[in-house]
Write a protein that binds this ligand. Sequence first.
Ligand code: ZN
Length: 88
Amino acid sequence: MAVPKRKVSKARRDSRSANKGIKPQTFGKCQNCTEPIMSHQVCSACGFYKGHKVLVTKNERSIKRAEMRAAAAKDAPVTEADSSEPKE
Ligand SMILES: [Zn+2]
């Protein structure tokens, strides 16, 4: 019968069993956009938590910024005229 040459040390034994408790993370689905989300956390895709809007997402911020820039571009000729008048 094959016999281990040495005793398995406590450190070696315990480090082997350290990974036994690790389980794959479970994901839920966002109620708003059906994106996979961690439980008890806000959906990063749409900013909803339990059916309520709680976060302004990065995408929404960029859309709003683009709208602000477009509005500023419309007003830009007026502001340039205003800024050039005091220089004269
Ligand atoms: Zn969502």
